[in-house]
Design a protein around this ligand. Structure first.
Ligand SMILES: [Zn+2]
Length: 347
């Protein structure tokens, strides 16, 4: 199992590298520099950078579509109670993660309001609890906080997931600069969901000691795809949006590099020292999983601007392999709820 290259050991004072997942970030210090510090599992480094760096925008938000998942509120952090009553339920989902919101930095207040309002973290907590059999294991804290641009992360020492208010602003900026449009609530929600599942994957690999073969970042992306696709059409749409965001991120990265003549920027894409696939590769991977899961439904992603046809031919197999790898590992760890998770999950 690879844990993000090296997990580093020390110096974890909040400055470690992270999953600059919304990242559209490669600001001052750049992920390239940060990636050498590795105190944490950096989950994402979407480093498409906007030359103008992280601008601060804000926006409130309201509810949007998305998977119909209960929004539990404060109680979401607790193990689900036995069905209101006397008898112990046969299989009561235990919380895999417990959600907590920290007070936001003043600049992040609107983003914090948006994230709380969306209840995305709670939705992910509910999905994980429904998918996994957590038994008596301690839930993993999922803290939503101001990260000052450091990006979401999973900290294996503290065993906690950190998700960032400021990513909302960064994502809005990405859409404005790359797509020339405002990010809709559904876009923001989709990307947050994928980030949350991606970070949760790191936590699962760590806490359950999953012996998964392969690059952990790719595995985490695959887990995110798995969890989104479980939710049917809404999840498919969300996965597609995240692929689009990765592509935008890659495009901005190139644009930034052309604008600044910063060859290191290009090199940085390859030399960040982290284990993330380049943004464009991540976009294509996600489209491959989406397409592979249901080729008949997603033919429109085929093409040079989406999923290359040559790659597409193997996507059903790729997806099946990825999904099976996860479900088998979770089952072997005694952490998978239910006998199977749909067709093709293996064993
Ligand atoms: Zn990661």
């Amino acid at each position: 199992m690879t844990m993000d290259g090296d997990l580093g050991d020390g110096g974890r004072d909040g400055d470690g590298d992270r999953d600059a997942r919304g990242p559209w970030r490669r600001t001052a210090t750049s992920s390239r520099t940060r990636s050498r510090t590795r105190a944490r599992i950096r989950t994402r480094t979407r480093r498409a950078a906007v030359a103008t760096a992280v601008a601060l925008a804000a926006a409130g938000g309201a509810a949007c579509q998305g998977p119909a998942v209960p929004a539990p509120g404060p109680a979401a952090s607790k193990p689900a109670p036995t069905v209101s009553g006397s008898r112990p339920a046969v299989s009561v989902p235990r919380q895999v993660v417990t959600v907590r919101y920290e007070d936001p930095a003043p600049a992040d207040r609107d983003d914090a309001g948006f994230l709380r309002g969306q209840q995305t973290a709670e939705a992910v907590a509910a999905d994980l609890a429904g998918f996994l059999d957590w038994g008596d294991r301690a839930p993993v804290p999922l803290v939503v906080r101001s990260c000052a641009g450091e990006g979401p992360s999973y900290d294996p020492e503290a065993r906690r997931i950190e998700i960032c208010y400021d990513e909302i602003t960064e994502t809005r900026q990405l859409f404005r600069e790359a797509a020339r449009r405002q990010a809709e609530d559904g876009d923001l929600r989709s990307i947050q969901l994928e980030t949350l599942f991606h970070e949760s994957a790191h936590a699962l690999i760590d806490v359950l000691g999953l012996g998964l073969a392969g690059n952990e970042e790719d595995l985490a992306d695959q887990f995110a795809a798995l969890m989104l696709l479980r939710n049917g059409a809404s999840g498919e749409r969300q996965l597609r949006i995240t692929a689009e965001a990765w592509r935008m991120s890659a495009e901005l990265y190139v644009a930034d590099e052309e604008a600044t003549g910063d060859e290191e920027a290009t090199e940085g894409e390859e030399a960040t020292g982290d284990d993330h696939a380049p943004d464009l590769a991540r976009a294509v991977n996600q489209l491959c999983y989406l397409y592979g899961a249901a080729p008949g439904r997603h033919r429109d992603v085929l093409g040079t601007a989406g999923l290359p046809t040559v790659r597409a031919a193997g996507c059903a197999q790729e997806w099946n392999t990825a999904r099976t790898r996860w479900t088998q590992a979770l089952r072997a760890a005694g952490a998978l709820r239910g006998p199977t998770d749909g067709p093709g999950t293996g064993g």
